[in-house]
Design a protein around this ligand. Structure first.
Ligand code: FMN
Length: 165
């Protein structure tokens, strides 16, 4: 059975709470905080789910700053990656959930990135996380659309599971 790890960067706990929900959807999966994870710890996993909240104007959550250069150098042989990010589509409508784009940009071409998501049902003006008309991963808005979160996670997880052995 495929082994799944979730690595999250969270400043005030919203992304951590979502990461816990995603972990609960994958039996036997492991949760790591970007603040303290060692890239060596990620070696045994087949699917790596990387998540972060968006800070600044469309920026990546701070705990990823030190981690991403190390993740970029990982050997991804036999692995797949999926991405998620949190944002606030009302207050930051032109940079909604942009965080995951930084991880996408760093890993594109190095590993298969699965789990892109349609922008249907979201309300925002712009986001770097939209590439070729789709979010590069799962965008969530715990500030305004928290009532959508569980169903968005469920649909996404179902899609990811199609790629697992
Ligand atoms: C200083 C600051 C900057 C933010 N910038 C953005 C942004 O550019 N785009 C966005 O969608 N959300 C932005 N947000 C909203 C957060 O990403 C959102 O509230 C998220 O749920 C926080 O998750 P966390 O508690 O895991 O850090 C910002 C929040 C703060 C406090």
């Amino acid at each position: 059975m495929s082994k799944v790890a979730i690595v999250y960067g969270s400043s005030t706990g919203a992304t951590e709470a979502v990461a816990e929900k995603i972990q609960a959807s994958f039996e036997g999966s492991t949760l790591f905080n970007a603040e303290s994870v060692n890239v060596e710890d990620l070696k045994p996993y087949d699917l790596l789910i990387f998540g972060a909240s968006t800070t600044g104007i469309g920026d990546l959550q701070d705990d990823w700053d030190a981690l991403l250069p190390k993740v970029e150098k990982m050997d991804f042989t036999g692995k797949k990656v999926a991405l998620f990010s949190l944002g606030d589509s009302a207050s930051f409508s032109t940079s909604f959930a942009g965080a995951m784009y930084y991880i996408y940009k760093a890993l594109k071409g190095k590993v298969e990135i699965i789990g892109s998501v349609s922008t249907d049902g979201y309300t925002f003006d712009d986001s770097d996380a939209v590439v070729d008309g789709h979010f590069v991963g799962l965008a969530l808005d715990e500030d305004n659309e928290y009532n959508e979160t569980d169903s968005r996670i469920a649909a996404w997880v179902e899609e990811l599971k199609k790629h697992l052995n």
